[in-house]
Design a protein around this ligand. Structure first.
Ligand SMILES: Nc1ncnc2c1ncn2[C@@H]1O[C@H](COP(=O)(O)OP(=O)(O)OP(=O)(O)O)[C@@H](O)[C@H]1O
Ligand SMILES: O=C(O)c1ccc[n+]([C@@H]2O[C@H](COP(=O)([O-])O)[C@@H](O)[C@H]2O)c1
Length: 205
């Protein structure tokens, strides 16, 4: 068979997945997703707020509906970004293995790319069914100030490491700033500043 006659399957969509607690979502999350979308030619990035983040059980996490709505507000202006409720609506502790199984079933026409910061990537072997994760998605680890980005111990073909513009922003710091009465303007999108104020989030954090 000549080269031109080689059978080809349908071209798969390239779907980025940005999981997070987003309490609140900030520009570090948004820049990471935007950079990876450009570098990996993603068709879409779906942000997936956690239901119950079991590794954050040492602190009170804001209600899922508030975190979901802030994520919607923050991503609404970008036609490439969307938000999924799957981890919230499933109920119970959130495991990425479930996120990826559910998204695979809903997007049979897509290859999945799971985006994660250096800190989260360093913990990945502690996640539920860690071995199976890499058969469901390609993992993309991004740089984050204060954390070492490494794929040590992870499957060679399963992970890519990417440098993104350094934004020393964390949700922890945003919550502390609000609690102290300090501004979070320009750390989070304007609509998220307004939402935090309207719902009086983090005042006693
Ligand atoms: N500034 C940042 N730069 C790059 N990646 C980030 C940044 N902030 C968060 N991430 C990544 O985004 C994902 C979701 O993070 P998460 O919602 O826990 O935010 P966080 O700022 O780490 O929150 P917290 O301070 O409450 O732990 C994780 O993979 C995390 O590593
Ligand atoms: O699958 C797990 O066991 C697991 C443990 C901790 C974190 N995660 C996922 O990692 C992503 C970032 O989590 P977090 O807690 O840093 O916001 C989010 O999608 C979580 O569901 C997943």
């Amino acid at each position: 068979m000549g080269e031109q006659e080689m059978p080809t399957g349908p071209v798969k969509r390239r779907l980025g997945v940005m999981g997070g607690t987003f309490d609140p979502i900030h520009h570090g999350h948004l820049v990471a997703a935007s950079e990876v979308a450009a570098l990996f030619h993603l068709d879409e990035v779906v942000f997936v707020p956690t239901g119950q983040p079991w590794q954050k059980s040492q602190r009170a996490v804001s209600p899922a509906e508030d975190r979901y709505l802030m994520t919607v507000i923050a991503t609404a202006s970008n036609p490439q970004f969307s938000v999924s409720r799957i981890d919230i609506d499933r109920g119970g502790p959130t495991y990425t293995i479930d996120t990826l199984r559910d998204l695979s079933a809903l997007n049979e026409d897509a290859d999945l790319f799971f985006i994660t910061g250096a800190d989260a990537l360093a913990q990945i072997l502690t996640w539920r069914n860690a071995d199976e994760l890499f058969s469901l998605a390609h993992f993309i680890g991004v740089t984050r100030p204060g954390h070492v980005l490494t794929d040590d111990g992870l499957p060679e073909d399963g992970v890519s490491l990417v440098q993104v513009p350094a934004l020393a922003i964390s949700s922890t710091d945003c919550r502390a700033r609000v609690a102290q009465g300090d501004p979070v303007w320009y750390l989070v999108p304007d609509g998220v500043v307004r939402y935090i104020d309207k719902r009086e989030l983090y005042r006693g954090a």
